[in-house]
Design a protein around this ligand. Structure first.
Ligand SMILES: Cc1cc2nc3c(=O)[nH]c(=O)nc-3n(C[C@H](O)[C@H](O)[C@H](O)COP(=O)(O)OP(=O)(O)OC[C@H]3O[C@@H](n4cnc5c(N)ncnc54)[C@H](O)[C@@H]3O)c2cc1C
Length: 504
């Protein structure tokens, strides 16, 4: 390979050669940018990307996130012909099963959204699930949702294909170059200092995975994420396993199962996770694994055997444990840093980075090009984050919960249980005595409703009428017909300054 010339000045620098950095580079070249340099500490994919399970699901919590994942799936379908490199992408479908009426309701709501967005899906009775895959134990299954165009990919090959396509479009990729600091003048990012010298750049894009938090913090930018251990096991080869075995998700049991080159891979989103790298991510971490923890993982393997009894006779070939980044609200972070212009961020992918990379890369490239996001991506906009969330104890505590949330019930009004009580109003105790049921908003404990005398101030989550319906009615009527005093401590306040600012 020819020696790549190292620039001292460029239009765009991308930090990090995982799936996200490579997707951003590719999409920038699609917009006509040529002066794009991606800097990777070691080798492409060496952080988290190389060991991902590679599930490509498209149905997300909101319509915009679903559209972005649909785009990713379409891109991966075409990526081999775009780049000339095989990716391992296949659309073998995905099947999610419900073992409770509430989960069944959740799946059916998801199917309505999918249909509205033109994403093919079929709701299945237990008998139909058995027809689709006779290996599945349907005894405790209420129903299922099948998405035929979902699938899986090889994360390393897909990232290399994105990198190849980016190179073909004019981008330059430098491996073995570490960014040691971000350069700035006042509140504008101006470049990077690297192990090979300084590069001045008009825009800097931070796609440094779990390393991003500390690098951003060094220039006063809040990128709250914490790594957690993430587990899967791979069986020995299973004779006769069909290669079109759909990805199987059993969220009530916190597990997924996918076909992996004639073997099965069983992964878990356990409700109590193990945060990792609290004091920083080792600088030399590269294609590394963490020690397996069989006591932690075994209960989920047992649940997988219950769902797919064929696993009982399969030997385990690999116990895998690798780190991934999680954010306080389980959503990734995209966009320009609010307090450091020209520094863009795409990081904190909560175990959906492979399936999000296409859409996230496209949106960020357009954001960089136009100076504003091309669509409403407030769910993942970096500006929603607050400096207090940089607190490591807060991040550690929340990460214990956030990994598992992907497969927990996505109840309306669901409140996090960890890292609570971070910000309290001076009236907190009095509100509590008055029966407040608190929710959390930007870290504040906010009274969401007040319990009646004798009622426990606690959410009973439901897709139906809420247990606080009458409490809310009572408060509403009191406000309409009498006088109500609201504690506004947890609400945003804006200071309007300047010659034309005045009280009206
Ligand atoms: C066990 C497991 C299973 C998973 N399964 C799935 C799945 O099925 N589907 C899915 O969508 N996602 C899955 N994921 C998540 C997915 O792997 C990640 O979300 C994704 O790889 C994150 O990509 P990234 O580019 O942000 O991070 P990374 O891949 O970590 O890339 C960041 C890169 O930045 C480089 N870097 C850091 N600091 C610097 C610096 N200062 N200078 C230069 N370079 C730097 C690093 O070396 C690294 O290569 C899984 C994750 C795990 C751990």
């Amino acid at each position: 390979m020819p020696q790549t010339e190292f620039p001292s000045e460029t239009e765009i620098v991308i930090i990090g050669g995982g799936v996200i950095g490579c997707s951003v580079a590719f999409h920038l070249t699609q917009l006509g940018y040529r002066d794009v340099h991606l800097l990777e500490r070691r080798e492409l994919t060496c952080g988290t990307t190389w060991h991902a399970a590679g599930l490509i699901g498209q149905l997300r919590a909101t319509s915009n996130m679903t559209k972005l994942s649909q785009y990713t799936s379409d891109l991966y379908r075409d990526l081999e012909s775009i780049s000339g490199y095989a990716t391992g992408f296949k659309q073998n479908g995905s099947l999610s099963v419900a073992t409770s009426e509430a989960r069944w309701e959740e799946l059916r709501r998801g199917s309505d959204m999918a249909r509205n967005l033109g994403l093919a899906c079929i709701t299945l009775s237990p008998d139909h699930i058995e027809e689709l895959n006779p290996q599945i134990n349907i005894k405790d299954v209420v129903g299922g949702l099948f998405l035929p165009s979902d699938g899986q990919t090889n994360p390393i090959d897909t990232t290399r294909a994105l990198a190849a396509a980016a190179r073909q479009g004019g981008a330059t990729i430098h491996e073995g170059v570490t960014v040691t600091s971000i350069l700035k003048k006042d509140d504008v990012a101006t470049g990077v200092k690297t192990s090979k010298g300084e590069i001045f750049a008009k825009k800097i894009v931070l796609c440094g995975g779990m390393w991003s938090r500390d690098l951003a913090a060094s220039v006063g930018v809040t990128v709250p994420l914490h790594a957690a251990e993430h587990f899967y096991a791979v069986t020995e080869p299973i004779p006769g396993l069909p290669t079109n075995f759909p990805v199987l998700r059993d969220p009530d049991n916190c597990i997924y199962i996918k076909e992996d080159a004639g073997k099965l891979l069983i992964g878990a989103f356990e409700p109590i996770a193990k945060p990792w790298g609290h004091d920083g991510i080792p600088k030399d971490f590269s294609f590394d694994e963490l020690p397996p923890d069989l006591d932690h993982f075994e209960p989920f393997l047992m649940k997988a055997m219950h769902r797919l009894p064929a696993l009982e006779n399969a030997g385990i070939h690999t116990w895998f444990n690798g780190p991934e980044s999680f954010t306080p609200d389980d959503r990734y972070m995209l966009g320009e840093a609010p307090n450091l212009s020209n520094l863009f961020v795409a990081t904190g992918f909560n175990s959906v980075g492979i399936q999000s990379a296409g859409g996230a890369g496209k949106v960020l490239a357009e954001w960089i090009s136009k100076g504003e996001p091309p669509m409403d991506v407030w769910d993942v906009d970096i500006r929603r984050m607050h400096p207090f969330q940089q607190n490591k104890a807060y991040l550690y505590d929340r990460t214990i919960e956030s990994l598992g949330l992907l497969y927990q019930m996505h109840w309306p009004h669901r409140q996090p249980e960890t890292a609570r009580g971070v910000r309290k109003s001076p009236l907190h105790d009095r509100l509590s005595q008055a029966g407040a049921c608190f929710g959390t908003n930007t870290g504040w404990e906010r009274p969401n409703w007040f319990a009646h005398k004798g009622q426990v101030a606690k959410y009973e989550y439901s897709y139906g009428r809420q247990n606080w319906f009458d409490n809310s009615r009572h408060e509403h009527m009191a406000t309409r017909e009498n006088v109500t005093l609201f504690d506004q401590t947890s609400f945003s306040k804006y200071r309007v300054e300047g010659p034309d600012a005045r009280h009206s």
